[in-house]
Design a binder for this molecule. Structure first.
Ligand SMILES: Cc1cc2nc3c(=O)[nH]c(=O)nc-3n(C[C@H](O)[C@H](O)[C@H](O)COP(=O)(O)OP(=O)(O)OC[C@H]3O[C@@H](n4cnc5c(N)ncnc54)[C@H](O)[C@@H]3O)c2cc1C
Length: 409
């Protein structure tokens, strides 16, 4: 019977193990933590947003869009929905985002664990793999405690650096680098952006619908709409997560990175003027603090008033009409400077990774037969919205089937 070793029991490793065993292989799954699939439990704020109806290559950062498309056309959104339904998961959709209907990520993990048991996968937790080496036509997997195991095929599914504390060593890239695989530079992605240009401490906790425009060296790179959350050092929330990979890369390349915030999206300038001018005429005796009530969040109103050099206690009639109008209009165009992104420990995914050109469409290494690479380790990272778990599950399934199927020696 063919022996397959899988390093890492995260989303992609669990899938790979189930599928390789389904092909009739004897599978051993190594996990350095005390339990398998711990990260799945925290995904989607504990609800596990595992795929998206709008799945396409356009939702990923990668060195090869076509590769992503080919993988997703082999095993995409509808295949994953069918797969989980087959495992026994009742699924619900909200605005194109898919979750377990019970809203519990643990349900996804429990079903995967049940499948592991049914398929007789040997699970070894507390087993930190420190190296994978070739020996004739086989692979030797060495654990931190010195134990060694020999396999006909190995799947490296260790995930990236996201979510790891700076103290934790990451072996996936090291293991693969020692086997001559190359990785791009790595960046924290889907994370908060540290900014300058607003009193962020005063705004911390404020949420707003927003459209963000990302500029690098004065050139518009992209825009994203969604909910923004101000933190005491910058911006967070899904809308800023979506641009964080780009921000990290541009900053690393010493570009000037600016983000323009439209905090009144969908309300055109003319409409805003038509609202503000009569409001000024109707309430000349209001303080600016009172006047701004009903326009935006109170903390943001105060900050905008201060930003243009006025005091919240001043009266509307004491302020020049254009100054006041511009203050309100400025909510549609606040420019802040991005200076950093949060580290890997606070990121949801790793940007960059093993070059996709080094694996086949079965995720098999082009350098080493019967060696497979899955999930976040590869230079493919998705936007928020279920794209990363879909990638992990797709690659795990494809690699598991290919690794398990190959002929016995
Ligand atoms: C807070 C948070 C929320 C997220 N929410 C979502 C979401 O809602 N939707 C979405 O699509 N994506 C989400 N993601 C991203 C998604 O979880 C990952 O992209 C995905 O889990 C990657 O799967 P993977 O199998 O490549 O790696 P991982 O899931 O990271 O699994 C790797 C496994 O390998 C183990 N391991 C590592 N090194 C070794 C070693 N040397 N020996 C043995 N074991 C090892 C690790 O302990 C881990 O269990 C979220 C991520 C985070 C951090």
């Amino acid at each position: 019977m063919k022996k397959v070793g899988i390093i890492g029991a995260g989303a992609s490793g669990l899938m790979a193990a189930i599928e390789a065993a389904g092909e009739g292989a004897a599978v051993t799954l190594f996990e350095k933590k005390d339990r398998v699939g711990k990260k799945i439990l925290v995904t989607g704020n504990g609800r596990c947003n595992f795929t998206n109806a709008n799945l396409s290559k356009d939702h990923y950062y990668t060195d090869d869009d076509d590769f992503v498309e080919r993988i997703l056309s082999k095993f995409g959104n509808s295949e994953l929905l069918m797969y989980f339904t087959g495992l026994g998961l009742l699924i619900r959709e909200k605005n194109g985002y898919f979750y377990p209907s019970c809203d519990q990520a643990s349900a996804v993990l429990d079903l995967l664990r049940q499948a592991l048991t049914e398929k007789n996968v040997e699970v070894k937790t507390d087993s930190n793999v420190i190296s994978v080496s070739t020996k004739n036509d086989a692979y030797v997997v060495t654990l931190e405690n010195g134990d060694t195991y020999q396999f006909d095929a190995v799947i490296i599914a260790t995930g990236g650096k996201a979510g790891l504390s700076p103290k934790e060593t990451v072996n996936g890239y090291d293991i693969l680098n020692k086997l001559n695989h190359k990785s791009t530079k790595l960046y924290p992605a889907l994370t908060q952006i540290k900014c300058e240009g607003l009193n962020f401490k005063a705004l911390s906790g404020v949420k707003s619908d927003c459209v963000l425009y990302l500029f690098a060296d004065e050139n518009l790179i992209m825009s994203q709409g969604g909910e923004l959350l101000f933190t005491d050092s910058g911006i967070s929330g899904i809308v800023s997560f979506q641009i964080s990979h780009c921000v990290a890369e541009f900053l690393d390349n010493k570009k000037k990175v600016e983000v323009v915030l439209d905090l009144l999206p969908g309300i055109e300038e003319e409409k805003l003027k038509a609202f503000i001018v009569p409001k000024m005429l109707l309430h000349p005796n209001q303080t600016l603090e009172e006047f701004f009530v009903g326009i935006h969040n109170k903390k943001l109103n105060t900050e905008i008033i201060k930003r243009i050099g006025l005091k919240p206690s001043m009266k509307v009639s004491d302020v020049d009409k254009d100054t006041l109008l511009n203050a309100v209009l400025s909510l549609k165009e606040i420019t802040v400077k991005a200076v950093d992104v949060n580290g890997f420990d606070k990121a949801q995914v790793t940007g960059g990774g093993i070059l996709t050109g080094e694996v086949t469409d079965d995720l098999e290494s082009k350098l080493h037969k019967n060696l497979f690479i899955t999930g976040e380790l590869l230079n493919v990272d998705g936007l928020c919205g279920g794209y990363n778990l879909q990638w992990a599950f797709s690659t795990g399934i494809i690699a598991g089937r290919a690794a398990g199927k190959q002929e016995d020696k």
